[in-house]
Design a protein around this ligand. Structure first.
Ligand SMILES: Nc1ncnc2c1ncn2[C@@H]1O[C@H](COP(=O)(O)OP(=O)(O)OP(=O)(O)O)[C@@H](O)[C@H]1O
Ligand SMILES: [Mg+2]
Length: 265
C-alpha cells in the first residue's frame, strides 16, 4: 500500500537556472556573474542598454557562445559542460551540445530563414533532417504552426516575397516545429516596421499564454510589461534588477531604471 507522505508541495520548478555566469571575449569581460531563474511556463524579458551583454547571455544559454565560469541549467542539463565528481567543468563535445540545443528554440532580429526554400520547406527542414520525422507528418505539423502564426496562405511562398513581419512569424513557426521546451527571442521586432511589429508581438504574446517558457530580449517596454512574469535589467554585464514587471515599471521605479527608461523614450 502506498504510504502517505507529509512532504511539502514541491517548489515551482525552474526550467532555466543561470548561476554566476561569466563570459570574456579575450580580456574583455562581458558577463560578470549573471544569475537568472525562469520557472516553467513563465516569461522573462531582458532589457538594458546596448552592449550590456543581453545577446551574449542568450547565446550562452543555447551555446552559440561558451561561458567560462558559473553554470547554466536548462531542465536537468548543465549547458555546455559536464561536471566531474570533483566539481570540475569539462566542455561537452559538439554532438552533445547539438543535442542540448535541439530543446531550445531561438528567434533572432534578422529572421535567418533559408532563402532558397519555401516557408513550408524552411519549417520542415530540421524536423525531417534532424529529428527524422516522416515528411508528411512534418508538413501537417508545419501547416498547423503556420495557421497558428497566421501564415497558412504563405506555405508555398519564398521568404523574399514576404514582409518582414511575415518572415519573422515564419521564423517563429520554424523554431516551434522542433517542439522546444524553451524559446529565446533576441530583439525579434527591432528590424521591423512599426506596422508589422504588432503582428509579431501578438504571436509571441499568444505563445506566452499557451504556457511556453520564454526569455525575450526586447526594447518594447509596453510589450515587456504586458507579457512578462519577470523583467531583468542588465547593465555592463551584470543584473541591475530582476523582479515582477509591476514593481519594475510601477509607481516608484529606481533612479537607475528611470535613467535607463529615459534613454529609450
Ligand atoms: N563576438 C564578439 N567578440 C568580441 N566582443 C563581442 C562579441 N560579441 C559581443 N561582444 C561585446 O560584448 C559586449 C556585449 O555585447 P552584446 O551583443 O551581448 O550586447 P547587447 O546587450 O545585446 O547589445 P544590443 O542592445 O546592442 O544588442 C559588447 O561590448 C560587445 O562589443
Ligand atoms: Mg543584442
Amino acid at each position: 500500500m502506498a504510504m502517505a507522505t507529509n512532504a511539502p508541495a514541491a517548489a515551482p520548478a525552474a526550467l532555466v537556472r543561470a548561476e554566476k555566469v561569466e563570459k570574456w571575449f579575450g580580456n574583455h569581460q562581458v558577463l560578470r556573474g549573471v544569475d537568472l531563474s525562469v520557472e516553467r511556463g513563465k516569461v522573462t524579458s531582458i532589457i538594458g542598454p546596448s552592449g550590456s551583454g543581453k545577446s551574449t547571455f542568450l547565446r550562452c544559454i543555447n551555446q552559440l557562445e561558451t561561458y567560462q565560469a558559473g553554470r547554466i541549467y536548462v531542465g536537468d542539463a548543465l549547458i555546455g559542460y559536464e561536471e566531474t565528481r570533483g566539481g570540475k567543468l569539462v566542455p561537452l563535445n559538439n554532438r552533445r551540445i547539438v543535442a542540448q540545443r535541439r530543446r531550445i528554440g531561438m528567434v533572432f532580429q534578422q529572421f535567418n530563414l533559408f532563402w532558397h526554400m519555401t516557408v513550408l520547406e524552411n519549417i520542415i527542414e530540421a524536423p525531417v533532417m534532424v529529428l527524422g520525422q516522416p515528411r508528411q507528418q512534418a508538413e501537417r505539423r508545419a501547416l498547423e504552426l503556420l495557421e497558428r502564426v497566421g501564415l497558412a496562405e504563405k506555405a508555398n511562398a519564398f521568404p523574399s516575397k514576404l514582409s518582414g513581419g511575415q518572415q519573422q512569424r515564419a521564423a517563429i513557426a520554424r523554431a516551434l516545429a522542433m517542439d522546444p521546451e524553451l524559446m529565446l527571442f533576441d530583439e525579434p521586432t527591432s528590424a521591423l516596421d512599426p506596422e508589422t511589429t504588432g503582428e509579431v508581438l501578438t504571436v509571441i504574446a499568444e505563445l506566452a499564454k499557451s504556457g511556453m517558457t520564454m526569455i525575450i530580449v526586447t526594447h518594447e517596454m509596453s510589450f515587456a510589461r504586458q507579457v512578462s512574469d519577470r523583467v531583468m535589467l542588465m547593465e555592463n554585464g551584470a543584473v541591475d534588477y530582476e523582479g515582477p514587471p509591476e514593481q519594475f515599471f510601477g509607481e516608484q521605479p529606481s533612479a537607475r531604471l528611470k535613467a535607463f527608461l529615459s534613454t529609450i523614450h
